[in-house]
Write a protein that binds this ligand. Structure first.
Ligand code: SAM
Ligand code: SF4
Ligand code: F3S
Length: 433
C-alpha cells in the first residue's frame, strides 16, 4: 500500500483540486493519509499568486528534505499553479523534487508516481489542456459540512497583475448535469453548505444555462441547505444573478466581490473592465435587494504607478462602502504579466506602508460591522467545538460570520438559531434559542 500525503496552498480552487487529486489517487489504489510521518509520497499543491506564496512552499519543501535524507525512497512531488508556471524548472530550484504535474494533468498522477517510484528519475507533465474539466470524477470532500464544488476552470480576464490565466489556462465551464450530481451526492453525505467555485463564476455558461440559471437549479436540490459562490467579477455580475440571489432561499446573504482599487485609472490599467462608480452601483443594488447581505472584497496596495491621490481613492471607497471584510494584498510583480513590465513600480517599502493603512481602516470597519450584529437572531450551521473552550461550539451564519455559543456534541452538524450577544472583529458570540 502506497501512502500519499497532500499539502495544499492557495485559494479554494486548489483546495478543491486536492480533493479531486485524492479521488484520482484512491481510484488507483494509492492511499491519502492525514499523517505526514506515514507518507511514501508527499505532494505539495502550490500557489503562484504572489511571490510570497511561492517562497512559502519552497521553504516548506526544503524543511522536509531531512525526511528524504532519512528515507531515500520517499518521493516529493509538486502540483498546482507553481508546477504549471515553472514546469521542470522546479527541479533546478529544488533538486530534491521528484515529479511535477500541472493543473490539467492530474489524471496522470498515479502513472507518474508509479513510474518515478520505479525509476527514481525526475519526471514532469505540465502541458496545458484548455478543455480539461475533470468530468465524472468524484472529489473526496475534506470538510465535514461544507463542500466546494468546481463549476468552471481557468480565467480569460487577464487582469494585468494576475498570474492565474497563465497557470489555469482558458475559462471553461463544467456540464450542468455533472455539477448537479456532484452536489446531490455531497448533500447525501451530509454536506449542507455548498460553495460553487470558479475564478469568475458570473461568466459560467453551459449550452443555454448561464450562472443565474445554474443557481436556480442548484437551489432546487433538496438535500442541501445553503449555497455560496466564489468569485464574482464586478464586470459580469448581472441583475439576473442579483434577482436569483434575492429570491432563492438557499443562496446565502454573502458575496465576495473584488474591488482591487478605488481609482478609475488604476482599474483601467489593471484591465478590470469597470469603474469605481460601477462598483458602487452594484453594491447599492445588492444592498437594496438583499438587505442583510454581507459583502467582502479584495484590494491591492501599491499597484504600479499608484500615486498618493489614487491610493486615497481606495481608502475613501473602503470607508464609504464598508465591506464586512477585505483581503488586502501588497502588489507582487509576477513574471510574464503585463503589470510586471510597467516602468513605474511603487517601492516595496511604500507598498507595505499602504497595505498597513488599508488593514487598519478595514479592522475598524469589520469590528463595527460585527458589532451591528448584536441583538440579531442568526441561523448557525454548527461545525465543531470551539477551539478555545470545549463547552462551546462554533459554526457559520448564512452571512459567513464565525459564531461561538455554549453547546455540546449534539449541536454539531445542526442548524441552530442563536441570539448574538457580543462581537469581536472576527467572531460573534451568542446564545442558542
Ligand atoms: N478571480 C478572483 C477575482 O477576480 O475576484 C481573484 C482571484 S486571485 C487568486 C485573489 C486575489 O489575489 C485577487 O483578487 C487580487 O486581489 C490578489 N492578487 C492577484 N494577483 C496579485 C498580485 N500580483 N499581487 C498582489 N495581489 C494579487
Ligand atoms: Fe486573476 Fe482577474 Fe482572473 Fe481573477 S479575474 S483570476 S484577478 S485574471
Ligand atoms: Fe494561487 Fe492558483 Fe489559486 S495561483 S490563488 S492557487 S488559482
Amino acid at each position: 500500500m502506497m501512502n500519499i500525503f497532500l499539502e495544499t496552498y492557495g485559494c479554494q480552487m486548489n483546495v478543491a483540486d486536492s480533493e479531486l487529486v485524492a479521488s484520482i489517487l484512491s481510484r488507483d489504489g494509492l492511499f491519502v493519509v492525514d499523517n505526514i510521518d506515514q507518507a511514501d509520497v508527499i505532494i505539495f499543491n502550490t500557489c503562484s499568486v504572489r511571490q510570497h506564496a511561492e517562497n512559502r512552499v519552497i521553504g516548506r519543501i526544503n524543511q522536509e528534505l531531512s525526511r528524504k535524507r532519512q528515507n531515500p525512497k520517499l518521493l516529493i512531488g509538486v502540483i498546482g499553479c507553481m508546477a504549471q508556471r515553472l514546469g521542470k524548472e522546479i527541479s533546478q530550484i529544488i533538486p530534491a523534487v521528484d515529479f511535477v504535474v500541472g493543473t490539467d494533468q492530474y489524471e496522470f498522477l498515479p502513472e507518474i508516481i508509479n513510474k518515478t517510484l520505479e525509476t527514481h528519475v525526475f519526471s514532469y507533465k505540465t502541458v496545458s489542456d484548455n478543455s480539461q474539466v475533470y468530468n465524472e470524477l468524484h472529489p473526496i470532500h475534506q470538510g465535514k459540512f461544507n463542500a466546494f464544488v468546481t463549476i468552471m476552470r481557468g480565467c480569460n480576464n487577464f487582469c494585468s497583475y494576475c498570474i492565474v490565466p497563465y497557470t489555469r489556462g482558458r475559462e471553461r465551464s463544467r456540464p450542468v448535469a455533472d455539477i448537479i450530481s456532484e452536489i446531490t451526492r455531497a448533500g447525501d453525505k451530509g454536506f449542507k453548505d455548498i460553495t460553487l467555485l470558479g475564478q469568475n463564476v458570473n461568466s459560467y455558461r453551459n449550452a443555454e444555462v448561464n450562472f443565474a440559471e445554474l443557481l436556480r437549479r442548484v437551489n432546487n436540490i433538496e438535500n442541501i441547505s445553503r449555497i455560496r459562490f466564489i468569485t464574482s467579477h464586478p464586470k459580469d455580475l448581472s441583475d439576473e444573478v442579483i434577482e436569483v440571489m434575492a429570491e432563492s432561499d438557499k443562496v446565502c446573504e454573502h458575496l465576495h466581490l473584488a474591488l482591487q482599487s478605488g481609482d478609475d485609472d488604476i482599474l483601467r490599467r489593471m484591465n478590470r473592465g469597470y469603474t469605481a462608480d460601477h462598483f458602487r452601483m452594484i453594491v447599492g443594488k445588492l444592498r437594496k435587494n438583499i438587505p442583510d447581505i454581507s459583502i467582502t472584497t479584495d484590494v491591492i496596495a501599491g499597484f504600479p504607478g499608484e500615486n498618493q491621490a489614487q491610493f486615497e481613492r481606495t481608502r475613501q471607497i473602503m470607508q464609504e462602502l464598508e465591506f464586512d471584510y477585505a483581503f488586502t494584498y501588497k502588489y507582487s510583480p509576477r513574471e510574464g504579466t503585463v503589470a510586471a513590465t510597467f516602468p513605474d513600480q511603487v517601492s516595496e517599502t511604500e507598498r507595505l506602508v499602504r497595505l498597513k493603512e488599508l488593514i487598519k481602516i478595514q479592522e475598524k470597519i469589520t469590528l463595527k460591522k460585527y458589532q451591528q450584529q448584536i441583538g440579531k437572531i442568526k441561523e448557525i450551521y454548527v461545525e465543531n467545538f470551539s477551539r478555545k473552550n470545549k463547552s462551546e461550539v462554533s459554526g457559520k451564519s448564512r452571512d459567513y460570520k464565525i459564531t461561538v455559543f455554549p453547546g455540546g456534541e449534539e449541536a454539531i452538524g445542526r442548524f441552530i438559531r442563536v441570539r448574538i450577544t457580543d462581537a469581536t472583529g472576527w467572531t460573534l458570540r451568542g446564545e442558542s434559542l
